[in-house]
Write a protein that binds this ligand. Structure first.
Ligand SMILES: CCCCCCCC(=O)SCCNC(=O)CCNC(=O)[C@H](O)C(C)(C)COP(=O)(O)OP(=O)(O)OC[C@H]1O[C@@H](n2cnc3c(N)ncnc32)[C@H](O)[C@@H]1OP(=O)(O)O
Length: 191
């Protein structure tokens, strides 16, 4: 099989849970109130409530509704990838790395019907310099249910200037006025 750009490199080390990471079972704060994946203020968002697990692992449940359709009665694949991206990105809460998705590889194994509950789980597979490698899955109906979607991802650690330089000015100004819109702790910026 051809090597993938999300394969763990030989120099990768184990991802370490930050000593100040929220305890297992804690619902993690949204990293941004208007985030499509986890923000409560985003009316059209997924509103994922993501829970810290043991080690560098998080979980969430995603209720698939008629607003998530791609084909009649079935979830849209891009939207499922968004849910996986979100639960993968939230691993940064546990490692205290401010990361953005560089690569996301998704396998769609089964159709996901409207009305189903997708049980999402992600975990960090390793770290190499600024790169965090992680994988995630979504199971239908229960944590032991059949795997419907699976993803592997590479996140790259960025400094706060990434957001300051590239974000839309009015949104950055809104955050400056109300810092509570950002729900991340003090991240480690330089590894
Ligand atoms: C708080 C976080 C919450 C997360 C919320 C959910 C996640 C998201 O939706 S994030 C939004 C979507 N993602 C983005 O907008 C990111 C857009 N991309 C970028 O800004 C840049 O390409 C970025 C930051 C990823 C990398 O750029 P840059 O900082 O210049 O680093 P660069 O030197 O190119 O790459 C660093 C390393 O990653 C590797 N890399 C970068 N992109 C990729 C890729 N697509 N595939 C494989 N490897 C890659 C590089 O090869 C390099 O490896 P090495 O260190 O071994 O040489």
């Amino acid at each position: 099989m051809t090597a993938s750009r999300t394969d763990l490199p030989a120099d990768a080390t184990v991802a370490v849970r930050h000593p100040d990471a929220p305890a297992p079972g804690t619902v993690l704060p949204a990293h941004y109130a208007h985030c499509f994946g986890c923000g409560a203020a985003e009316r059209h968002g997924l509103h994922l409530a993501i829970v810290a697990g043991e080690g560098v692992e998080v979980t969430a449940t995603f209720e698939v509704t008629e607003h998530h359709q791609g084909a009649p009665g079935l979830a849209h694949g891009g939207l499922l990838a968004s849910a996986l991206d979100e639960i993968l990105g939230m691993l940064g809460h546990l490692t205290r790395m401010s990361c953005v998705t560089a690569r996301l590889e998704t396998d769609f194994r089964r159709p996901v019907p409207v009305g189903s509950t997708l049980h999402l789980r992600s975990r960090a597979d390793g770290v190499a310099g600024r790169k965090l490698y992680a994988s995630a899955e979504g199971r239908l109906g229960g944590t032991d249910g059949p795997v419907a979607v699976r993803a592997r991802a590479l996140f790259v650690q960025v400094g706060l200037e990434h957001f300051a330089e590239h974000g839309r000015p009015e949104d950055l100004e809104a955050v400056a006025r109300d810092p509570r819109l950002i729900g991340v702790p003090d991240y480690t910026v330089n590894p």
